[in-house]
Design a protein around this ligand. Structure first.
Ligand code: GSH
Length: 191
């Protein structure tokens, strides 16, 4: 492997941009008109681990016979960079799925970050979150834990193990160890 020399100032080069759309700037990249349906919730998402959290919760609310939790679901193909379209960026300036719009409120409420979406739904319908201080805090501890850990597992371990252009020992060792530690924690807590 060629030795990587750190430069004083990092500069973006076209070849640093990879097939996952990484670029050093935020914001919309093209004009886009997203579909809008009649249901109170409009969900723009994809069946990734972050995406399915929201659909699971909306389906759980349906199972609980909650009124007003109907949703229309639209695919945002992140492989085709649809998360950088103008309409999507208006809902989530961070250009990541999932993003949810509650159009039963006026003006409509735009919600992004899967944890924020889950909490919004839980609080709006007073479901799937305990109201006592101990239960509520424990639930929020694990919700924030999950959001904090996700990037180590997906963007760290998953990226370097499966998507990086070549295997690299240092990041794979670091993120595999952290992923294993987090899974060991889950095993112990769930036991
Ligand atoms: N912290 C965010 C993470 C969302 C996220 O990373 N979404 C990924 C798919 S799982 C995405 O949209 N990636 C597109 C990109 O990075 O351009 C959340 O929990 O909602």
């Amino acid at each position: 492997m060629t030795k990587y020399e750190l430069s004083k100032v990092w500069k973006w080069e076209e070849e640093n941009s990879n097939r996952w759309g990484n670029r050093p700037t935020a914001g919309e990249r093209f004009e886009q008109k997203l579909p809008v349906g009649e249901a109170p919730f409009q969900l723009y998402s994809l069946g990734t681990p972050n995406g399915i959290k929201v659909t699971i919760m909306l389906e759980e609310l349906k199972e609980l016979d909650v009124d007003g939790a109907d949703y229309d679901l639209y695919e945002i193909n992140i492989g085709a960079e649809e998360q950088f379209g103008s309409d999507f960026v208006k809902i989530n300036p961070n250009s990541k799925i999932p993003a949810l719009v509650d159009q039963s409120q006026s003006p409509r409420v735009e919600i992004f970050e899967s944890g924020s979406i889950l909490l919004y739904l839980a609080e709006k319908f007073n479901k799937l979150i305990p109201t006592d201080i101990h239960g509520r805090t424990e639930t929020l501890n694990w919700l924030f834990w999950q959001i904090g850990v996700g990037p180590y597992v997906g963007g760290g371990f998953g990226h370097f193990f499966a998507y990086a252009p070549e295997p690299m020992k240092y990041p794979i060792d670091r993120f595999t160890m952290e992923t294993k530690r987090q899974l060991d924690l889950l095993d112990k807590i769930l036991a």
